[in-house]
Design a protein around this ligand. Sequence first.
Ligand code: SF4
Length: 473
Amino acid sequence: MSIHEECGVFGVFSQNTIDVASLTYYGLFALQHRGQESCGIVVNDDGLFYSHKDLGLVSEVFTKENLAKLPHGNMAVGHCRYGTTGATNRNNCQPIEVNHQKGKMAIAHNGNLSNAATLRDRLELTGAIFHTTSDTETIAYIVTRERLMAPSIEDAVSAAMNSLDGAYSLCLMSSAKMIAVRDPYGFRPLCFGQLPDGTYIVASESCAVTAIGGTLIRELEPGEIIVFSKDGIVSRREHCNKKPKKLCIFEYIYFARPDSIIENVSVHTARVRAGKILAQRFPANADVVVGVPDSGLDAALGFSRESGIPYSIGLIKNKYIARTFISPGQSNRIDKVKIKLSAVEDTVKGKSIVLIDDSIVRGTTSGQIVKLLRDAGAKEIHMRISSPPFLNPCYYGTDIDSKEHLIANKMSIPEIAKAIGADTLGYLPIEDLSKLINCDNFCSACFNGDYPTSVPTDTRKNKFEKRLSEINK
Ligand code: SF4
């Protein structure tokens, strides 16, 4: 599995001056799985911004010395990034900081706009100096422009939302306020919680709230704007219930951490349910159930519980992989799998195995994992996938590939099984997706092509897909 999530966002708001940088550091550390290319923190100390951003993992970018340079303050915004649009360079590190006529702003974003190209074309036509490929810069530009007319930063954000379409979970701050925003579809998760001393935390996932000792309050509603200021918190809902709710179902299957709770559903539980359904729909005569770490493990547990076939550890993931091995790109893919994963011979030798993974994209990685198990002596491999086949690209902040690269677009399921070397193959049926979270309001466009927004037009779509393939080179 080699799909990447675009980003993790994090924010801290306190009524007092505290070590907001360290809290943000630990929050980003808990969100590291959402983006490993770059990260950054901007601290607000009495209206003055101090920042550090760079390419690398949170632990690499924020050495003890770098962290110590950030002052205490009452607000901070943090970000970790995996680039789906915009090149991988220091200029694309977030949070983005903007100085404008009415003050300053730092903004962190998760998601992709589906109308970014249209907005950029429009801005170019109006004569704005605008040459960015980054959706976050587009959002920052529009909010800043609205701020010139709007009485407050939250009014500027609300006005900007009238132009934005697609996926955006934002955490931004001005000199005096922190603002959390979730797009009206609610594609990407965004929650807030509180520390025992009253400090508010905004995070892409609840695991980052609990990791620093906080308690989850709730997910933001799709379209909700929450303003944190010295006067307390205010929820603005003028963009709520304007669009159908479309949380990305793949957050539960793959992106999010299993200890996170999204919209009151445990990610772990959703994955266990997927495994249970696979055992019902595609039973197998096997000796052992093995999950591909990490996101196949919970579903493997569900399959085992439902089928009665023992669960065991058959693959070990090297947890100390350097960033270079998890950065995007097709080169050295073969080496990457071997370096990332190894088989536990004692579990698999001479055994018939049910192998659970979260998805198959191009088939390359799956084929290599199957080979790894065969080389370790596995007799039969019955592969089960805890999502439906990928048939379409994602325009909402993940790098699910263009159609021609998705193996399920080119082959039937028995042909895919043969291509990856599995004895049998079963995917989670699309009609069972709603059973993972007991609700029907989610995005599943990469499986069924049912895009909730208008998708980029052909020209723009080509540009978008070209950018994706450039990133994947
Ligand atoms: Fe998630 Fe797929 Fe929708 Fe993208 S297209 S938001 S990955 S469900």
